[in-house]
Design a protein around this ligand. Structure first.
Ligand SMILES: C[S@@+](CC[C@H](N)C(=O)[O-])C[C@H]1O[C@@H](n2cnc3c(N)ncnc32)[C@H](O)[C@@H]1O
Length: 258
């Protein structure tokens, strides 16, 4: 599979994207932690913050994109390392005291299965802290899904569509209960982003949502897809300046009993 992640594109909206990371980090309970993993760690910059602030003896950042991890060595420090691996195939060498994942698990299907698997990696007393976007009904997601059904894109992607694996906050709360977590907090938060215009929204989505479209379409067709996406977005949103982009996210924390 083509690696469509681009750290430069992703980090263009660094400050807007960072707040949920800090909010999620704030949900982690301090304590003596031996081993933490950051699933879908991206560039590793924020994994270093996690490692410094939570201070586990060992922290492992895991990401399946070689492009995102390209500079991760520059963030390494004692106890912190990175591994190129797909969460779907990864398993930690030891039981974890903290399983952290910010804005990554929504790239995996079947969250009931994913959460059951990752929860099984936790040691007694282990904590899980996960943030997933929950804005799949936003106009940008809807239009990307519609445009890819138009020709010539539909012929290339066939039956493929970007599914919506993210559950409701209540479903996550029930799932965490079913998986045996003793304590939990699940919150739905709307992050208010003020962008210059719909052009910024396209740049934002090029860094995340549109990566999977690029992977499927290939470079040349992706450019035409972007053009069409842009036309449809402009028709729908007009040229509002600034453009308010409310972004719903689910933040969840849970811990096992000792
Ligand atoms: C939106 S970025 C978030 C990066 C980082 N956690 C942050 O907060 O800035 C999503 C990351 O998840 C990674 N990712 C997506 N699917 C993955 C998978 N199946 N296994 C491992 N990493 C994955 C991507 O490569 C990307 O770096």
């Amino acid at each position: 599979m083509v690696d469509s992640w681009n750290p430069g594109q992703y980090e263009r909206f660094k400050s807007e994207r960072e707040q949920p990371f800090w909010d999620l980090l704030g949900m982690v309970e301090p304590g003596e932690l031996r081993f933490a993993a950051d699933l879908g760690c991206g560039t590793g910059r924020l994994t270093r913050e996690l490692h410094r602030r939570v201070a586990p003896k060992k922290t492992l950042g895991v990401d399946s994109s070689a492009s995102m991890l390209v500079d991760c060595r520059s963030f390494e420090e004692p106890g912190l390392s990175f591994e190129l691996a797909d969460i779907a195939e990864f398993a930690p060498a030891d039981k974890l005291d903290l399983l952290f994942s910010n804005a990554a698990l929504h790239w995996l299907d079947d969250h009931r299965e994913v959460f059951a698997r990752i929860a099984s990696w936790l040691a007694p007393g282990g904590q899980l802290a996960v943030q997933v976007p929950a804005n799949f009904d936003h106009v940008s997601h809807r239009l990307a899904a519609e445009v890819v059904r138009e020709e010539p894109f539909a012929e290339v992607v066939g039956e493929w569509e970007r599914g919506v694996p993210v559950l409701t906050p209540e479903a996550y709360a029930s799932l965490l209960f079913e998986l045996g977590f003793e304590k939990q907090r699940v919150q739905l938060v709307v992050y208010p982003h003020v962008l210059n215009s719909f052009e910024d929204l396209i740049e934002w989505q090029k860094g995340t949502l549109l990566t999977v479209y690029r992977e499927r379409l290939g470079e040349e067709l992706y450019e035409s897809f972007l053009q069409r996406f842009r036309e449809r977005l402009e028709a729908e949103l007009g040229d509002a300046r600034p453009l308010f982009y409310p972004f719903r996210r689910i933040l969840m924390w849970a811990s096992l009993s000792l």
